[in-house]
Design a protein around this ligand. Structure first.
Ligand code: UDX
Length: 463
C-alpha cells in the first residue's frame, strides 16, 4: 500500500512492549507513514526485530516489519530516551497476564513501562493504553506519570483498546471494525484523531467507514474486557448446549447452524469443541471477575465463573471419551489409561498460530499423560513452544509419525492439515482406528467410511 502524501505530518509514535500487540501495531503504523519506535526490555527480541526477524508467527507481519525497517520509519530499541525523544504519542502494549497468586490481572509490566518512560518525557506527550487492563487503570497511570515525569513534562493519558485476533492481527490493525477513544480533553482526542488518519484514509480508499466511539476512561477500558467476556460466554454457551446434546441425542453442529441463521445471534463463535484458550479470553474473564469483586459488583459477573467451568469440563470430556473408546475403567479421578498410545493432534490454542498459552489441546495432552497414556503430540507450528512449556510430553515431527501405532487419535486443534487428512491413508498406520474430533472439524462420513470409530464433542453416536 503506497503511503499517503501527507505522511510527513503524521505524529511520531512509540509502542511500549513488542509482543503480538506492540509489534503488529508498530509495523502497521510505520506502513501507514508514521515514524515508529518499538520499545522493549528484552534485548534479544529487540535485536531480532531490528534484523527483521519476528519471534512469533503472525501472517504478513515479517514482511511489514522488514518493509518498515527498510523505509527507515521503523526501529526497535531498549532505550526509553530514544522512544521519548522520537515520538509524540506513546502506546502501552505490554502484557497483563493473570497474577501468579490469584485471578486478577498482573499490572507489573504496565507500571514498569510507565516508570521507565516517564522520566524521559518533556513538554506535552500523550500516553495511550492499549493493553487489556482492569477498569480504573487509566487513572492510576495518570498518577504514576505525575509522580515519575519531570517538572517540564505535561503528559496526558488516553485509552484506546485493541481488538486484534491472532492470525488476523495485521488486518485487524489496518482495518479495525471500530475505534474506541477514552480521553478527558480535546487535545488528547485531536491527537488520537491524527494518529487514526491513516486507517481512515485506507478505509475511504476501500469504500469503508470506521466508526469512532468517544468515551470516558472507564468505558474504554471496559469495552475490551466486556467484548472478550461476551465471546467467551458465547463459546461456553454452545459448549453447554453440547453437553445437553450429548445427553439427549441432539447434534450440536446442526444446532449451532440453526441458531446462527438468527441474525440477532449470528453464526460466529458458536463452534463447539474442546473450548477456548489463548493469551486473552481465559485470563480476561478471570480478571474481570476479580475487578468486579473489588468494585463490589462481583454478583454481576458471577456467571463468568460458570463460563470458565463449562470450558474446563470440555477438556475432561475428551479424557472421558478416551476411556470409553479404549474400554478402560474409570476411577474417581477419571479413566485409567496406562499403556494406551494416544496421538494428540494439535498443541496451539487455535490453528495458524504458534501460541500455546492456555491451549486446550496441550491441557488435554497433559491430562491424558497424567492418566498414564503414552502421549505423542504433533502440531504443525506450535511444537517448539509446546516442548518448551511441557517437556514432559513426547512430540512427533509429522502427522504420520504421531499416528504410527497409536491406539487413539485426538484432534484438538483444527489445523487444515488435520481437517484434510485422508482417513484411509492414516488407517494402516495406527493400531486402533479410533478418533476423537475435539473441534468437530473432520468429515464424519469419510472417517466412518474408512473404518474408523469416530466421536465428536456434542453429539451421541447412534446406538
Ligand atoms: C481473542 C478475541 O477474539 C480478540 O478480539 C481479542 O482482541 C483477543 O482475544 P484470540 O485470543 O486471538 O482473540 O483468539 P480467538 O480467535 O478469539 O479464539 C479464542 C479461543 O476460542 C481459541 O482457543 C478458539 O479455538 C476458541 N473458539 C473460538 C472456540 O472454541 N469456538 C469458537 O466458535 C470460536
Amino acid at each position: 500500500m503506497p503511503p499517503d502524501h501527507s505522511v510527513h505530518d503524521r505524529p511520531g509514535l512509540s509502542f511500549l512492549g513488542t509482543g503480538y500487540l506492540g509489534t503488529t501495531y508498530a509495523a502497521c503504523y510505520a506502513e501507514l507513514g508514521h515514524r515508529v519506535i518499538g520499545l522493549d526490555v528484552d534485548t534479544a527480541k529487540v535485536a531480532a526485530l531490528n534484523a527483521g526477524t519476528v519471534p512469533f508467527h503472525e501472517p504478513g507481519l515479517t514482511e511489514l516489519v522488514r518493509r518498515g525497517l527498510a523505509s527507515g520509519r521503523l526501529e526497535f530499541t531498549t532505550d526509553p530516551a530514544v522512544a521519548a525523544a522520537g515520538a509524540d504519542v506513546h502506546f502501552l502494549c505490554v502484557g497483563t497476564p493473570q497474577r501468579p497468586d490469584g485471578t486478577g490481572a498482573d499490572l507489573d509490566q504496565v507500571a514498569a513501562a510507565v516508570r521507565t518512560l516517564a522520566p524521559h518525557l518533556h513538554g506535552r506527550a500523550l500516553v495511550v493504553g492499549k493493553s487489556t487492563v482492569p477498569v480504573g487503570t487509566a487513572e492510576w497511570i495518570e498518577r504514576l506519570l505525575r509522580k515519575h515525569a519531570p517538572d517540564d513534562a505535561d503528559p496526558e493519558v488516553a485509552w484506546c483498546p485493541e481488538f486484534l485476533q491472532e492470525g488476523h492481527a495485521v488486518d485487524d490493525v489496518l482495518r479495525p471494525d471500530r475505534i474506541v477513544v477514552g480521553a478527558r480533553g480535546d487535545w488528547a482526542r485531536e491527537t488520537l484523531a491524527r494518529v487514526h488518519d491513516g486507517v481512515h484514509e485506507l478505509a475511504a480508499r476501500e469504500g469503508r467507514e470506521i466508526p469512532v466511539l468517544e468515551t470516558d476512561f472507564a468505558t474504554a477500558e471496559l469495552v475490551k474486557t466486556a467484548a472478550n467476556a461476551f465471546l467467551a460466554t458465547k463459546i461456553s454457551f454452545i459448549n453447554a448446549m453440547a453437553e445437553l446434546c450429548e445427553a439427549s441425542g441432539a447434534d450440536v453442529a446442526a444446532l449451532a447452524r440453526a441458531l446462527g441463521h438468527d441474525s440477532r445471534i449470528g453464526p460466529e463463535f458458536l463452534r463447539a469443541g474442546v473450548g477456548f484458550g489463548g493469551g486473552c479470553l481465559p485470563k480476561d474473564i478471570r480478571a474481570l471477575q476479580a475487578r468486579a469483586h473489588q468494585l463490589g459488583a462481583g454478583a454481576a459477573v458471577r456467571f463468568l465463573h460458570e463460563v470458565d467451568l463449562i470450558n474446563q469440563r470440555r477438556r475432561e470430556r475428551v479424557l472421558q471419551l478416551a476411556g470409553e473408546l479404549l474400554d478402560r475403567t474409570a476411577g474417581p479421578a477419571g479413566p485409567e489409561l496406562a499403556g494406551s498410545r494416544i496421538a494428540v493432534l494439535g498443541a496451539t490454542f487455535k490453528p495458524d498460530s504458534d501460541d500455546v498459552r492456555d491451549a486446550p489441546a496441550l491441557a488435554v495432552a497433559r491430562m491424558l499423560h497424567g492418566a498414564g497414556a503414552l502421549v505423542r503430540v504433533y502440531d504443525p507450528l506450535g511444537r517448539e513452544n509446546a516442548r518448551r512449556s511441557h517437556p514432559e510430553l513426547a512430540y512427533a515431527e509429522s502427522l504420520e509419525a504421531a499416528c504410527a501405532d497409536a491406539d487413539l487419535l485426538c484432534v484438538l486443534t483444527e489445523w487444515a492439515e488435520f481437517r484434510t487428512a485422508d482417513p484411509a491413508a492414516l488407517a494402516p498406520l495406527v493400531s486402533g482406528r479410533l478418533v476423537i474430533d475435539g473441534r468437530n472439524c473432520l468429515d464424519r462420513q469419510a472417517w466412518h467410511a474408512a473404518g474408523w470409530t469416530y466421536r465428536g464433542l456434542g453429539w451421541k453416536e447412534a446406538a
